[in-house]
Ligand binder design. Structure first.
Ligand SMILES: Cc1cc2nc3c(=O)[nH]c(=O)nc-3n(C[C@H](O)[C@H](O)[C@H](O)COP(=O)(O)OP(=O)(O)OC[C@H]3O[C@@H](n4cnc5c(N)ncnc54)[C@H](O)[C@@H]3O)c2cc1C
Length: 261
């Protein structure tokens, strides 16, 4: 599971800055609620890693037959004093055939090494907004919770998270005074398969826009993100007030979708 120094990390499209490469070493692996596997990494130069809550790293994960595939994963937390960076992998799928992300998280062992690039991504908290809306499904919980745990205590945050049922809800540790002002609404898809649906779009359509200038972070399955974005734009939010990114979609392998229409 140790890529050598020539591990291919794809270069970004022309015009985009090359992301810095980091060589991470696994220091711990554990189950995390609700259906996550948390892998903790370190690196000799980790103290130089700076990012905004909600940003991600692009990991080169073993994809079988000696190949490596790019997968985007959020920085769940970074403890600079201890030099430890956590990533939470959502164990999607039925467990019979694990895709590279969950397979890496299941099999990772202390001492494994992996190449990543980053940080990247614009779905992060904007200090200057009067209110914030953030939506996503299970694989967005690492981003959402990291933002909630690090945002200013006075921030007016409205959170909508889609999961299958109540057992997949995660408690927000009230580690900081003021976080109780955060409103988290959990949406249950029940027996429906995760993926394209109207569940989140309808919840966003029913969300009463608070007074003041807001900022929305819309992440999750690409077509669901697009519907939410179009609804908010139809209600007067400008494109600058919305950060939207497709984190996955049925049939796509790794990568991310910019949702800008
Ligand atoms: C910026 C960014 C940050 C992200 N952060 C995280 C994170 O912190 N934790 C996390 O778990 N994921 C995160 N994701 C999502 C993750 O990158 C994708 O789910 C990715 O496809 C996982 O790789 P894989 O090897 O499991 O599946 P792939 O090999 O990429 O995909 C195989 C198939 O699995 C299905 N699939 C993929 N993802 C999901 C899913 N989430 N739910 C249901 N079916 C799926 C699709 O049908 C896909 O075609 C993030 C994505 C982005 C763009």
């Amino acid at each position: 599971m140790t890529p050598d120094q020539t591990t291919p990390v794809q270069t970004p499209p022309a015009g985009r800055p090359q992301l810095r490469q980091w060589e991470l070493t696994v220091t711990a692996v554990a189950d995390a609620p609700a259906n996550m596997r948390r892998v903790t990494f370190t690196a000799p130069d980790i103290a130089e890693f700076t990012y905004r809550a909600g940003q991600a790293i692009v990991m080169m994960l073993p994809a079988g037959d000696g190949e490596f595939g790019r997968r985007d994963y959020t920085i769940r937390s970074l403890d600079k004093e201890k030099g430890l960076l956590d990533v939470d992998f959502f164990m999607h799928g039925d467990g019979t055939h694990l895709t590279p992300g969950p397979a890496f998280a299941r099999d990772a062992k202390i001492g494994d090494k992996i190449s990543v690039r980053g940080p990247r991504g614009g779905a992060s908290f904007r200090e200057d907004a009067d209110w914030h809306l953030i939506t996503g499904d299970e694989c967005c919980i690492p981003a959402i919770f990291h933002i909630l745990e690090t945002m200013p205590a006075k921030a007016q945050m409205h959170v909508l998270i889609e999961v299958d049922n109540v057992a997949s809800q995660i408690a927000l540790n009230d580690v900081r005074e003021g976080l109780s002002a955060t409103q988290i609404t959990w949406l249950h898809r029940g027996d429906q398969k995760a993926g394209p649906s109207d569940l989140m779009a309808e919840a966003v359509a029913g969300f009463m826009l608070p007074h003041g200038r807001g900022h929305a972070i819309l992440i999750g399955e690409t077509s669901n993100v697009r519907k939410q974005r179009q609804n908010l734009i139809s209600r007067g939010l400008t494109r600058e007030q919305i950060a939207s990114e497709g984190y996955w979609r049925p049939g796509r392998i790794g990568g991310h979708d910019h949702v800008e229409d």
